[in-house]
Design a protein around this ligand. Structure first.
Ligand code: FAD
Length: 491
C-alpha cells in the first residue's frame, strides 16, 4: 500500500527508551520517525514518573532536614506550604526537561508524529492523530512505512478491579497531581513507587497506612538495608500491614472504606479502615497488547511483554523492542541502555557497519534506588540472594556511625555493604558481586559499586582507590577494606 511517510526507523513511544533510541539512530545517520500519543516527549519517566516524583521528594527531604535542625540549635519554625506553588514548581521542572527533548529532536531532524500508533502490517504503522493536552483522537489517520521499528510503548499502572471510580482513588499519576493533602492515606503496595509518594504526602502532613501482600516492604532490597529505612520512617505510619491482601473498597461520604484479608491461611485480617486518599501502587503492566503487534507478526506474552534477544530483537527480524515493555526491571536507565543497543544494531545493519551491528545488551548489573529518606540503593547480588542460592560471599560492612561526614551531617543511621566472591576458586581475592547502601544520597553513590562490578574489581582495587575525605562515598572504600581485613583505623 501507499504510505504518507516513510523512514529507516520508526520508534513507537517517546519515553526514555524511545527518545534515546531515536536520537542515537539519528546521530548515526538514519531517517527516524518518532510516534508519541502524548503532547510532550519523555514518556512516563519525565512526565509522570522519575522526574516529577524527585522534584517533590527533594522538597520533602529539605522539609524533613529543616525539622531536624531545631535539635542542632537552629529552629526554622513550622513550614507553611503553598501546594499550588509546589505543584507549579514540579510542572516547571517537567516542562523544562520535556521542552529540552523537543528541541533535541528538532536539532537531530527526528520527525515527531503525534498520535496513537498501531501496526497494520510488518512494515506499516497507522497513526491516529491525538491533540491538545488530552488524548482525544481527531479522526485524522496516516500510515507510516518503516524499514525497521523499535517498540518502546512502555507500561501503565495496574488497578485492582474492585476499586471504585472515585477521585479519592489514584495511581501514581494522580498522586503526582498533588491536588490536596489528605489526612489519612493508604498506600496499596509496599514497593518503591508507593513509598516514595507516601514520603511526599506524609512530609506534607498526611498520616500513612501501607498494605503489602508479601512479608516486607521494598522487596528486592536486603532486609538489613530496609530495616534502617523502616526504623527512621516508623513515625510516618499508623499501620504497616504485611502479608495482607486488599479485598474490597467502597466509596462513602466519609472516605474510601477498604477491607483486608490475611494473605496467610488462618491469619487474622486487620479491621476495615476509611481513607481520604488511596494510592494504588501495585505494579505496572506492559502495553504490549495495545499496539496490534500481531498485525506485524510480533509475539506478545499473556501479560503483555514482548520477548527479545540480547540485541533487543523480537521474533520479527527487523522489529525491536526496549524498555518497560520487554520486562523487569522497569527502570529508565535500563530502557536507555537497551535503546542504544537496538539503535546501533539497526544502524549497523542498514549501513553495513559490522561493529555497530554486533551491539548487545550485556550489562552485568542494573542498580535500583528507592529515593526515600534515607535512600536505599542496591546493585548486583544481594545478601539475601547469596544466602538463598548458597553463594559464598565475604561481606564488608561499614557503618556510617564511623563516617565523619555522616556524623557531621547529623545523619549517621546508614551503612554501606559490599559482597565479594568467597568461593574456593577465588583464593581469597574474590571479585565484587554486589553491594547495598542505605543513607542520605545512597542513590548518588551506588553507581560506583555498579562500575566496580562491571570492571571486575576486588576488595583491594576498591579499598586502595583513594576516596576524598570526608565524604559519604568514602564508605565504599572503607567497606572494601573491612572485607579485605585491612581496615584498622576508622575516620
Ligand atoms: P514509558 O516511559 O512508559 O514511555 C512509553 C511511551 O509510549 C509513553 O510516552 C506513551 O504515551 C507512548 N505510547 C504507548 N503506546 C503508544 C501508542 N500506541 N501510540 C503512541 N504512543 C504510545 N525509573 C527509574 O529508573 N527511576 C525512577 O526514579 C523512577 N521513578 C518512577 C516513578 C513513578 C511514579 C513511576 C510511575 C515510574 C518510575 N520509574 C522510575 C520507571 C520509569 O518511569 C520507566 O521505567 C520508564 O519510563 C520506562 O521507559 P519506556 O521508554 O520503556 O516507557
Amino acid at each position: 500500500g501507499t504510505a504518507d511517510l516513510d523512514c529507516d526507523l520508526l520508534v513507537l513511544g517517546a519515553g526514555p527508551g524511545g527518545y534515546s533510541a531515536a536520537f542515537r539512530a539519528a546521530d548515526l545517520g538514519l531517517k527516524v520517525v518518532l510516534v508519541e500519543r502524548y503532547a510532550s516527549l519523555g514518556g512516563v519517566c519525565l512526565n509522570v514518573g522519575c522526574i516529577p516524583s524527585k522534584a517533590l521528594l527533594h522538597v520533602a527531604a529539605v522539609m524533613d532536614e529543616v525539622s531536624h535542625m531545631a535539635a542542632l540549635g537552629v529552629d526554622f519554625g513550622a513550614p507553611s506550604v503553598n501546594i499550588d506553588k509546589l505543584r507549579g514548581h514540579k510542572e516547571k521542572v517537567v516542562n523544562k526537561l520535556t521542552g529540552g527533548l523537543a528541541a533535541m529532536a528538532k536539532m537531530r531532524k527526528v520527525t515527531v508524529v503525534r498520535g496513537y500508533g498501531a501496526f497494520v502490517g510488518a512494515n506499516h504503522l497507522e497513526v491516529e492523530e491525538t491533540s491538545g493536552t488530552s488524548q482525544d483522537k481527531t479522526g485524522k489517520k496516516q500510515t507510516i512505512a518503516f524499514k525497521n521499528c523499535i517498540i518502546a510503548a512502555g507500561s501503565q499502572a495496574m488497578r485492582l478491579p474492585f476499586m471504585p471510580d472515585d477521585p479519592r482513588v489514584v495511581d501514581s499519576t494522580g498522586a503526582l497531581d498533588l491536588k490536596s493533602v489528605p489526612k489519612r492515606m493508604l498506600i496499596l503496595g509496599g514497593g518503591i513507587i508507593g513509598l516514595e509518594m507516601g514520603t511526599v504526602y506524609s512530609t506534607l502532613g498526611a498520616r500513612l497506612d501501607v498494605v503489602e501482600m508479601l512479608d516486607g516492604l521494598m522487596q528486592g532490597a536486603d532486609r538489613d538495608l530496609v530495616k534502617v529505612w523502616q526504623k527512621m520512617n516508623a513515625p510516618r505510619f499508623d499501620n504497616i500491614m504485611l502479608k495482607t491482601k486488599t479485598v474490597g473498597a467502597k466509596a462513602t461520604p466519609a472516605g474510601i472504606e477498604v477491607t483486608f484479608e490475611s494473605a496467610e491461611p488462618g491469619g487474622t485480617a486487620p479491621a476495615p479502615q476509611t481513607y481520604d486518599l488511596v494510592l494504588q501502587a501495585v505494579g505496572r503492566s506492559p502495553n504490549g497488547k495495545k499496539i496490534a503487534a500481531d498485525k506485524a507478526g510480533v509475539s506478545v506474552t499473556d501479560r503483555g511483554f514482548i520477548p527479545v534477544d540480547i540485541q533487543m530483537r523480537t521474533n520479527v527480524r527487523h522489529i525491536f523492542a526496549i524498555g518497560d515493555i520487554v520486562g523487569q526491571p522497569m527502570l529508565a536507565h535500563k530502557a536507555v541502555h537497551e535503546a542504544h543497543v537496538a539503535a546501533e544494531v539497526i544502524a549497523g545493519e542498514l549501513l553495513g557497519n559490522k561493529e555497530l551491528a554486533s551491539a548487545a545488551f550485556n550489562a552485568r548489573v542494573i542498580p535500583s534506588v528507592a529515593y526515600t529518606d534515607p535512600e536505599v540503593a542496591w546493585v548486583g547480588l544481594t545478601e539475601d540472594q547469596a544466602k538463598a542460592q548458597g553463594i559464598k560471599v565475604k561481606k564488608g560492612l561499614f557503618p556510617w556511625t564511623a563516617s565523619g561526614r555522616a556524623i557531621a551531617n547529623g545523619r549517621d543511621e546508614g551503612f554501606t555493604k559490599l559482597l565479594f566472591d568467597d568461593s574456593p576458586e577465588a583464593h581469597g581475592h574474590g571479585k565484587i558481586l554486589g553491594g547495598g547502601m542505605v543513607g542520605t544520597h545512597a542513590g548518588d553513590m551506588i553507581g560506583e559499586i555498579a562500575l566496580a562490578i562491571e570492571m571486575g574489581a576486588d576488595a583491594v582495587d576498591i579499598g586502595k582507590t583513594i576516596h576524598p575525605h570526608p565524604t559519604l562515598g568514602e564508605s565504599i572504600g572503607m567497606a572494601a577494606e573491612v572485607a579485605h581485613g585491612s581496615c584498622t583505623d576508622l575516620p
